[in-house]
Design a protein around this ligand. Structure first.
Ligand code: SF4
Length: 339
């Protein structure tokens, strides 16, 4: 464990701040003259996980694995077909309102420009949320200036500008300030640094780490970039075709990988060391059709060590060597090594 990671983890309390229970979302596919639903895309299929107070939970997987849908389900930007969201032990729809949930759980998206209203100045953009929540206009403006300084933008230079007048990295800082303006406890970062240049990306990641420490924040960090997730996360969830296939502490996921899909993802991860860049594409083929996912283990058509049972029986998440590390595979780590 790196020094940074160990410091971050000692600050984590055990009680979950957010609980996702058996959440499911199938998107209907309509066809024919009357637009009847004839099939559905199984975007998220009955997943459950907790987010601990003050941790950064990384979610990784190929495009289409359900990670961004999961983020939208958490804040009810799309409604789940089944399942529950609990924030601080209160269940959405019973003792927790959507307003309370959204004030406490904010999102920062990948597209920094599309997330901002082009007709609002940066100051008005940041002040908007607090004003909606009843904060007096003058106080909300002062808060916007404070937050601009906090995210590294000089308010005197930036408060009066419009989104098209600033760079992508600056816009993402504004989006972070806007998320912070309603004093959330959790921020979901959905590929939030993916569109930035590497040098700007590093600056924004360091800003996020500083803000987390200063404001006691909890992050859900969604990314296809495994190097970035390794740098940011305390725990990691690996998703494949709408399901969780592995979850655990970041060091254990990267050093004692227990699921063949996670291993393939890690093997195709570009090395940070240019002398050790691998040209090897470890993961063969595209993910299967999410409308008719494979039977048994959904990874079996691409798995290099599949056995007959994999086609018929769905593997459940079970405990690995390290505490809190679970993987859904019929084969133990020892059995996998013999292939
Ligand atoms: Fe591969 Fe079978 Fe394990 Fe699925 S259950 S990952 S197909 S070995």
């Amino acid at each position: 464990m790196s020094e940074d990671t160990s410091t971050r983890r000692t600050h984590m309390a055990d009680a979950p701040l957010l609980e996702v229970r058996e959440i499911t979302k199938f998107f209907p596919i309509k066809s024919g003259l009357f637009g009847r639903a004839t099939n559905s895309v199984r975007a998220v299929d009955g997943i459950s996980f907790n987010v601990l107070r003050r941790e950064t939970l990384g979610i990784v997987g190929e495009s289409g694995c359900g990670k961004s849908t999961t983020a939208r389900l958490i804040v009810d930007l799309i409604s789940p077909d089944k399942g529950d969201i609990l924030f601080d032990a209160r269940r959405l729809g019973t003792d927790l309102t959507l307003n309370e949930l959204r004030r406490n759980v904010q999102m920062v998206f990948q597209d920094s420009y599309a997330s901002l209203n082009p007709r609002l100045t940066i100051e008005d953009t940041i002040a908007f949320g607090p004003i909606i929540h009843g904060v007096p206009r003058e106080y909300a403006r002062r808060l916007a200036w404070e937050l601009l300084s906090k995210v590294g933008l000089d308010p005197k230079r930036f408060a009066g500008r419009y989104p098209h007048e600033i760079s992508g990295g600056q816009r993402q800082r504004v989006n972070i300030a806007r998320a912070l303006a309603v004093k959330p406890q959790i921020i979901i970062l959905d590929e939030s640094v993916s569109a930035l240049d590497k040098s700007v990306e590093a600056q924004v990641l360091n800003l996020l780490l500083d803000l987390k420490k200063e404001l006691d924040l909890t992050y859900i960090f969604i990314s296809h970039d495994l190097n970035v997730v390794k740098f940011m996360a305390d725990r990691v969830i690996v998703m494949y075709l709408g399901e969780i296939v592995e979850v655990g502490p970041v060091e254990s996921i990267y050093a004692e990988t227990a699921h063949p899909y996670s291993r393939s993802l890690l093997a195709s991860m570009p090395s940070m060391d240019p002398d050790h860049r691998s040209e090897h594409v470890a993961l063969a083929g595209d993910p299967p059709n999410p409308i008719i996912p494979p039977s048994g283990c959904r990874f079996h058509p691409r798995c290099p060590i599949a056995i007959p049972k994999c086609k018929t029986e769905k593997p459940l998440l079970h405990i690995q060597k390290t505490r809190g590390h679970l993987a859904a595979c019929h084969l133990t780590a020892q059995q996998q090594e013999t292939f």
